[in-house]
Design a protein around this ligand. Sequence first.
Ligand SMILES: [Zn+2]
Length: 254
Amino acid sequence: MTEALREKLIHAGRVLVDEGQGDYVWGHISARLPDGSGRFLMKPGCIGLEELTADNIITVDIEGDKTAGDWPRHNEVYIHSEIMRARPDVNAVLHTHPEQAIAFSSLGKPLAAMSNDGTMFSAGVPVFSETTDLITDQPRGRAVANCLGSGNVVILRNHGIVTAGRSIEEAVFLAIKLERACRIQMLAEAAGGPKLFVKEEELKAKRTRTNRSDSQGNAFSYLVRRWHLRCGCEVPKQYQATLENFDRSGYKAG
Ligand SMILES: [Zn+2]
């Protein structure tokens, strides 16, 4: 089980960098261990997200202390530990510094429903502005967790984003879509400002449709596949484009 989780974390790091979420050796992702201990696996410091291996992933406890692994622990570990402490439903936390989301956060504007991606977040995205500094202690980690509340994304103003998912796939999907929503709005802002938006009466249904749980897994599999196909590597069996690998629950024909 731990082995499978480590492997998924490795794939997550690669696809995140592929999708413009990398910031050299900064940014991190974690996954809660399913043993009820409160401990979680996490990317270590000093390396890029796409450089994760089964051996360099570290284990951290709910206080933010490293319990296993040779590599250093990120100073911002408390984003992960405090969200996992506050939210038993969350099994994966991700913090990155994607360029468009950071630039967008400096505009001081709310995210608008002007694309499928923007609609996904149209219930509102909290912005953490208590500090623009790094989250390097438990109180700050707790403050980020409070800002997240019962939601699953938060923008750290002038800093980056945090997503919290029931699975690694969900946390990755949310990060990619949030960055894309910010990018599309930035494009519209740069072209004179958006004039037309998703219709108010369509918002709720479209929000549900654009964030289906089956889409999160299918999109993750696609991104893992794309990474492997690009480097000419063999696609791992569980991510291959075979019908049995897909979650078809969101499709009418079943
Ligand atoms: Zn950061």
